[in-house]
Ligand binder design. Structure first.
Ligand SMILES: C[S@@+](CC[C@H](N)C(=O)[O-])C[C@H]1O[C@@H](n2cnc3c(N)ncnc32)[C@H](O)[C@@H]1O
Length: 378
């Protein structure tokens, strides 16, 4: 007897979700003869009218090998044996016949525990980042981007060292120059009068004010930052200097407080590495850009995966190091979010030293340019 039973709360729902997201049609099978689990019941797998991709066996039974044979006969793509029904010889038989075999030893309790721990870790990192940047905004703490040499550097000399021009900097409020960036996205953005620009993680607003001078009174520049103190500081500066074409909003770049298809250009400087969900950031960027709109980001990436010692160091997170992805992974995330013509325009290398093993790790400060696809691929 085969029952179709849509039970999303079963222990293995994480596996079920993975399979569903990847387009598999799942048929749960209760091998205990006579027990009807769902509303629809069939005497065996071959009498199910639609094609079955995944045969999900979720009760212990001597019949597991027979069900595997049936799954092979109906050309299912996968068998999925949940904890308690795992039958190694039957699994080996399915694998030999070319089926994908899922042996699920993950229980709901364990899964929830791990999920809770992950959420707590993420919250801890986000709170720490917010706290440090709020101290930096209030000048209770000095900071400089990990990619520049900090000794005796002033914020002005730091930003000049990463490519900002003195003649551009002269025309913005000097309080916005905090030396927190790792590149100069504005240098290659070629902004036109009247354009709408969005800066992700705008800090005290250095790039917002530079962009505002370029788009002029008919254009508009919006800065989004999650740290209230940064947003307040940038708002005060804009008011004090009488800028009417800039706006600062408090918000997270993983859920932008910006309308769909409302922006011509997105810039960002040394921020996305701090995000715990970079795919979401690029998807959000794609959502708010107009079709054909451009994305220009300066950020830190790693040449190869960083050791756990660095990835788990909270100070390294705040210093824009621990969250650095490998360059290729970073670029792939941009493409997957809906961008094309993704190019690394500039690249600068620097090294950091592990605290314990003292090994030198190579990091890169890159500036990437990409365009939102005019039409979606789907
Ligand atoms: C290294 S600073 C760079 C600031 C600015 N782009 C500059 O170049 O001066 C990083 C900024 O990103 C903000 N930030 C970090 N993670 C964020 C997130 N998930 N959403 C919004 N802002 C974020 C921080 O509050 C901080 O102001």
């Amino acid at each position: 007897m085969v029952g179709l039973s849509p039970k999303p709360d079963r222990p293995s729902y994480n596996v079920a979700n993975y399979l569903k997201e990847n387009g598999y049609k799942i048929i749960p099978v209760n091998p205990k003869a006579g027990e009807i689990l769902g509303e629809v019941c069939y005497p065996d797998l071959s009498s199910i009218p639609e094609p079955v991709d995944v045969v999900d066996i979720f009760r212990r039974s001597e019949e597991v090998p027979a069900i595997v044979e049936e799954a092979i006969k109906i050309r299912a793509k996968a068998v999925w044996m949940q904890e308690g029904v795992i039958n190694e010889p039957a699994a080996a038989r399915a694998a030999k016949a070319g089926l994908f075999v899922v042996m699920d030893r993950c229980m709901l309790k364990e899964h929830r525990k791990l999920e809770r721990r992950r959420i707590m870790e993420e919250k801890k990192i986000r709170d720490l980042v917010r706290e440090r940047y709020s101290q930096i905004a209030s000048q209770e703490q000095q900071s400089c981007c990990s990619s520049c040499s900090c000794s005796e550097a002033t914020p002005l000399s730091q930003v000049e060292a990463i490519g900002y021009l003195a003649e551009d900097l002269e025309h913005i409020p000097q309080e916005t120059i905090m030396g927190l960036g790792c590149g100069n996205p504005i240098a290659i953005t070629e902004l036109k009068a009247g354009e709408v620009v969005l800066d992700l993680g705008s800090g005290a607003g250095i790039d917002v004010f530079l962009a505002a001078n370029k788009v002029g009174p008919t254009g508009r520049v919006i800065g989004v930052d999650m740290t209230k103190e940064m947003v307040d500081k940038a708002k005060d500066i804009a008011k004090g200097y009488g800028y009417h074409n800039v706006e600062f909003r408090q918000g997270e770049i993983e859920g932008l407080p910006i309308d769909d298809k409302s922006v011509d250009v997105i810039i960002s400087n040394c921020v996305i590495n701090l995000s715990l969900d970079k795919s979401k950031v690029f998807l959000e960027a794609c959502r708010v850009l107009k079709p054909g709109g451009r994305l220009i980001v300066s950020d830190i990436v790693a040449e190869k995966t960083l050791p756990d010692e660095i990835k788990q160091d909270p100070d390294a997170w705040v210093a824009c190091i621990a969250g650095a992805l490998e360059q290729q992974e970073y670029l792939t995330k941009i493409k997957k979010a809906g961008f094309e013509d993704v190019q690394v325009i500039s690249k600068r290398e620097f090294y950091i030293e592990g605290k314990q093993n003292k090994a030198m790790e190579k990091l890169l400060s890159i500036t990437v340019k990409a365009y939102k696809r005019e039409r979606s691929l789907s």
